[in-house]
Design a protein around this ligand. Structure first.
Ligand code: HEC
Length: 249
């Protein structure tokens, strides 16, 4: 009897915990880059980079990606060189003295803050995480980030939103320190695509999925080649076996 009461108390506790921090279920989207033959669309990647650079990079870094890697999304060498040269990096000169030099192609994309303390100080104590691996780091991956970016809404009347926080039903605890970063027409796309919140969110999620796995396309192509090779090999083995054993009854 005691054990049943214990189980009952546990169940009540568990359900009240999950009700407090519960989030809306994340809607699933069909992304071009998913599935065994999925690929990134270069125009979406370039638009996504533009959104990242013009909006998100004010607070977030993508420290695992170097400038030269951006050539993989179709940016020219000159453009990438110029992007790197916009920033300064600490280095040593030939005499061993600390200097600041202009960025070069092999540098990692410069993060907006010098360190975690500076990042927190500028964001009300909250830390804007590095986004390079974000689509792999959160359950729901690209779908979660898309839902987070497009999911801001006004809080239900019974919810009090803490000062400096913003209501977002997809964020754990439903209150996030990041204000809705995207608003209609925030960037002007060079290819004429209309910059709706939905479009910008899809593009930046595509870009952030690429930053999390820039070699995805090569990996998938290699997988298909290996499968094809194994198929041919199986056929060759099968035919040889028939030939070798054909006289044995
Ligand atoms: C003005 C600063 C600012 C801008 C601009 C900004 N963010 Fe954030 N972001 C934050 C802060 C601060 C947090 C930490 C929120 C928290 O922990 O409550 C955050 C958190 C996040 C998270 C992590 C959510 C989680 O589950 O932990 C993602 C993903 C994210 N931002 C994506 C973006 C994207 C994509 C953009 C550009 C479209 C962007 N942010 C623009 C400040 C910003």
């Amino acid at each position: 009897m005691k054990f049943i009461r214990f189980l009952f108390v546990c169940a009540v506790l568990l359900s009240s915990c999950s009700a407090e921090g519960d989030t809306l279920p994340i809607p699933k989207h069909k992304w071009n880059f998913e599935g065994p033959t999925g690929t990134y669309k270069q125009d979406a990647l370039q638009r996504g980079y533009q959104v990242f650079k013009e909006v998100c990079s004010a607070c977030h870094g993508i420290k695992h990606i170097s400038y030269e890697k951006l050539m993989k999304i179709g940016l020219s060498k000159n453009v990438v060189k110029a992007l790197a040269a916009e920033h300064e990096y600490p280095d040593l000169n030939d005499e061993g003295e600390a200097i600041h030099r202009k960025g070069i192609m092999s540098d990692k994309i410069k993060s907006p803050y010098a360190n975690e303390k500076a990042a927190r100080a500028a964001n009300n104590g909250a830390l804007p995480p590095d986004l390079s691996l974000m689509t792999k780091a959160r359950a729901g991956g690209p779908n979660y980030i898309y839902a987070l970016l497009t999911g801001y809404c006004s809080a239900p009347t019974e919810t009090t939103v803490t000062d400096g926080m913003h209501y977002n039903p997809y964020f754990s605890g439903r209150q996030i320190a990041m204000a809705a970063p995207l608003s209609e027409g925030q960037v002007t796309y060079a290819d004429g695509t209309k910059a709706t919140v939905d479009q910008m969110a899809k593009d930046v999620v595509t870009f952030l999925s690429w930053t999390a796995e820039p070699e995805m396309e090569e990996r998938k192509q290699m997988g298909i080649k290996v499968l094809f090779y194994l198929l041919i090999l199986t056929l060759v083995f099968y035919l040889s076996k028939r030939k070798i054993w054909k006289n044995v009854k």
